[in-house]
Design a protein around this ligand. Structure first.
Ligand code: ZN
Ligand code: ZN
Length: 183
């Protein structure tokens, strides 16, 4: 798998803006209701100095998602912002000092590249909603016949006549009949 790497020698000191376009396979994104497509677009603002490298970035990736209510597939885009700081250290980089939750890492002065793959994957995964909806007003599926209610009503909305309702009514009638009279 390709890693998404920032080659530090290609980046001038000071602030620079760059855009990368990567194959989605590099990110190994996995989530049940989602299919992810290339390209992953990554926009970066990089601030490089003697002390370290600061990165403000945004990653976006086209997706196809299954709606949590109506189960239809729809096209969407996942997008996430991320902020990373890489502090240069003269010692051997001490990963125990890293603080991934804060996007803070230590790198050696002579480090030639920064690997952004895991950070970008994590930012995108966290950005995905727990329940994706094709539309905030999605009406979902009829619980009786399974019809997609976004495509119009189904016959179950008329209470009489549906086999599921008449079965319920038989049950209820049966219970009523079994009660002692005179209540
Ligand atoms: Zn839906
Ligand atoms: Zn129905």
């Amino acid at each position: 798998m390709n890693r998404i790497l920032l080659k530090l020698k290609d980046i001038p000191s000071g602030t620079s803006v760059l855009s990368l376009s990567e194959d989605v396979e590099s990110l190994e994104l996995q989530r049940d209701e989602y299919v992810f497509y290339s390209p992953v677009k990554i926009d970066l603002e990089v601030d490089k100095s003697e002390q370290g490298i600061m990165i403000a970035g945004r990653a976006t990736v086209p997706t196809q998602v299954e709606c949590a209510r109506c189960l239809s597939l729809f096209a969407d885009e996942a997008g996430a912002d991320f902020h990373l700081r890489y502090i240069r250290t003269r010692k051997e980089a001490d990963t125990e000092q890293d603080s991934p939750d804060d996007g803070l890492y230590y790198i050696r002065y002579d480090e030639s590249e920064i690997d952004l793959t895991d950070e970008i994957r994590q930012a995108l995964v966290v950005s995905l909603p727990i329940r994706a909806l094709c539309d905030p007003g999605c009406k979902g599926l009829c619980s009786l016949c399974g019809a997609n209610l976004n495509e119009g009503g189904c016959s179950c909305s008329r209470r009489e006549g549906h086999p599921a309702w008449s079965a319920l009514e038989k049950l209820r009638d049966g219970r009523d009949a079994g009660r002692p009279s005179g209540e």
